[in-house]
Design a protein around this ligand. Sequence first.
Ligand code: SF4
Ligand code: SF4
Length: 535
Amino acid sequence: PNPGAMVIVVGADPGSLGSHQEQNERFYTWMFHFPCFEPHTPQECKDFTKLAFKLSEKYDTVIEIRTSTRSAHSRGYVKLAPLKKGLKKGKFIRNIPKFNSLPPHAINNHIRLYERIEAIRKIIPNLHVNKIYPGENSIGIITSGMSFGYSIEALRQLGIIDVPILKLGMIYPLNYEEIINFIKKLKKVIIIEELEPFLEVKIAEIAQKFKIDIEILGQEYFPKYNEFSTGLVANRLAKIFNLKSNNNKIDTAIEIFDSYKDMIPSRFPTFCAGCPERASLYAILKSTNNLENTIVCGDIGCFVMSFFPPQQCSDLIICMSGGLSAAIGMAEKTDQKVIALIGDSTFLHTGMAPLTEAANYDSNVLLFVFENNWTAMTGHQPVIGLSEKQLSIEKICNAVGISWIKIEDSYDPQHLIKTINEGLDTKGFKVIIVKRECALQAHRLREKKRKELSQQGKKIQETSYYIGGCQLCFECARIFSCPALRKVKINDLEEMQIDQERCIQCGVCYEVCPNGAIHKSIIHLFEEEVPFREL
Ligand code: SF4
Ligand code: SF4
């Protein structure tokens, strides 16, 4: 008996809009022999998920639901069925061959993988997840997920209405009969899919296996990188269908989609106004004379953005805790100064292994632990252990034998610069724990407190920062670069201003300006002050 189901939802990201790379995970489904659904609409996301759980339980297999950036971010009405109450607890059923998949069971389990995938391949038509949109054209299209949406819109805009389309809801495995029946009537089939050709390879394999004489068009027309758009698909379909470039319909289709580019000004991703991590990076840049003879090993977290201009304060990003691991090697094999960065969530998740290694070898690395109390980049989840159990990163560092540990506040950049200098001048493994709450959360909590006090009729201090007598040195813009600071032109004269709507009054720019041109104003000086929460 199979005690449960396992469904993995993957957010594929062609175009790398929300993740670090364009990994094409569809090949894992082939490699690990697990079926994969690719929904296109919110309704399909729900329906396929339900189906995936049923199949997973019945066939004792892992099932993937593959969304992509666009489908994962789309919204729509979803028809629900009555919700069944699930069991709160199950019972582990001993199954040594299954859960101890080592020889001799490993080989039998490998055989079971083939048996399962072939059994599922046969029943795909009964699932009704693949759909045919009929047409008389001798050129057809096979596609799935968001590429189906781009294809439909592109065809409509090009005025091509007779192309048969096979929209796959399950992209692995493929049912042989379904594919053969669709392609055998065609002269050519266009495979429209983002990233490396996965469906194209599988369909070419079926055509060859069943000796079907058909031209398969895919990767020579469509890019194997970046996400598609209706404009791009329209452009490539126009070439395949030999539509002349002076065709009005093509121009309109492409122009509509190109026009969005002009409406949205491009800019680099950046830290929020008042972000403590930006202040720490500023201190690193200042203390190393803009990273002279210094390597900064970055890591995953909001500070992954540190490599963007203007700060450009990260030389490499690998994976969670990869920064410290790389730094240990860098310190061993170079005579440069080595700095590693890590966030508090990553530190507690996977950081302790390289921490112990660095402590063991006394690697000549200066490690920054950004303790901001939140897993900020993924939506402000509490840091497991830190927020609730009050784990002390300092005590953990101490326990693995690190003696040079400093606790710093990034809102005091001048003090932090001195400590970094001291750390870089000291041999061995050093840790600076920068404690300052994520600016978004700190600001929210402070505003809430202010509101509560106001509602109780209490007067509170109001602090604001403004610029006067600016020397246009641009230290605040180029090296520090808070997005609440902006350059404006008044009567043809450039000057820096603070955007009061965005400013959260962290006061770091006031500390940073070398010309004393950023001023602090306090109204109701003797009334109650509401500072940011101390960690
Ligand atoms: S506000 Fe200060 S740091 Fe910014 S440009 Fe003016 S003088 Fe330079
Ligand atoms: S006080 Fe200065 S650094 Fe802080 S948020 Fe406002 S403008 Fe940015």
